[in-house]
Design a protein around this ligand. Structure first.
Ligand code: NAI
Length: 248
């Protein structure tokens, strides 16, 4: 198994891509500390499902965009699990509109969650990985952060910011054997994209060379590769998972 005896923190893992990553990692023997904003029925269900595969798994209610909460979360995971080998910064939101209608609040909210959460969690985990002398951080960006998108200037800015932030950390952490990579999904079918009208969905798919959306597990498999010891010399890489979309 690729992640046996490793401990991973996965943010935003009660559904969508985060949940697929948690499932994939658990199958590979990884112990999972995951979070979402609240401890609800779904979190308990996920905890149970992961534990049923034979790994230690615990869900935490955390706002990962809050500096103090992120610090407390990582400290609690250390107490519960003893070490942390992998961090997947997956939590993210959208709040779309054309720039001419976009409010300051919409911009601050999306950048404040998507980009700041990556800063907060990386700051909290860095001293631990530094002391261990190893670690793999996988940040979930988006092809929109590379190519831009209509009605998503706030989201694109947050995801482009994640790329710059990650590449800077990759340089700073490399000598301590801590790798930082960015996975950039294209159009992936999840609860987040379920709200997209069918007509728009079909237009998007027609522009994808593979003519279909990706699955959450296809993103999870890329995260597994980058999180595992299969690629010890890969850091600072931006990996699009997008069915060949041209400008990604
Ligand atoms: P989703 O909306 O299904 O799940 C997002 C998760 O993040 C939820 O569990 C939610 O509780 C959690 N979350 C949000 N804000 C949080 C906060 N402040 N603190 C803690 N948890 C928080 O989203 P989906 O589609 O699974 O996306 C996951 C990641 O992949 C996001 O970063 C998204 O931007 C990115 N992505 C998704 C694409 C898609 O087509 N679905 C395409 C490109 C990137």
């Amino acid at each position: 198994m690729l992640l046996e005896n490793k401990v991973a923190i996965i943010t935003g893992a009660t559904r969508g891509i985060g949940l697929a990553i948690a499932r994939r990692f658990a199958k590979e023997g990884c112990q999972i500390a995951f979070c979402a904003r609240s401890r609800n029925e779904k979190m308990i269900q996920v905890e149970q499902e992961l534990a049923d595969t034979g790994v230690q798994a615990k869900g935490y209610a955390v706002n990962v965009a809050d500096y103090q909460e992120a610090q407390a979360f990582v400290a609690e995971v250390m107490q519960d699990f003893g070490h942390i080998d992998i961090l997947v910064n997956n939590a993210g939101i959208t709040d779309d509109s054309a720039l001419k209608r976009m409010t300051e609040e919409q911009f601050d909210h999306v950048v404040g969650v998507n980009l700041k959460s990556v800063f907060c969690m990386t700051k909290a985990i860095q001293p631990i990985m530094w002391k261990q002398g190893h670690g793999s951080i996988v940040n979930i960006g988006s092809v929109v952060g590379i190519a831009g998108n209509y009605n998503q200037a706030n989201y694109a800015a947050s995801k482009a910011g994640i790329i710059g932030f990650s590449k800077s950390c990759a340089k700073e952490f490399a000598a301590r054997n801590i790798r930082v990579n960015i996975v950039c999904p294209g159009f992936i079918e999840t609860e987040m994209t379920a709200e997209v009208p069918t007509e728009l969905m079909n237009t998007w798919c027609s522009r994808i060379p593979m003519k279909r959306p990706g699955t959450a597990d296809e993103v999870a498999q890329a995260c597994l590769f980058l999180a595992s010891d299969m690629c010890p010399y890969i850091t600072s890489v931006v990996l699009p998972i997008c069915g060949g979309m041209e400008d990604a």
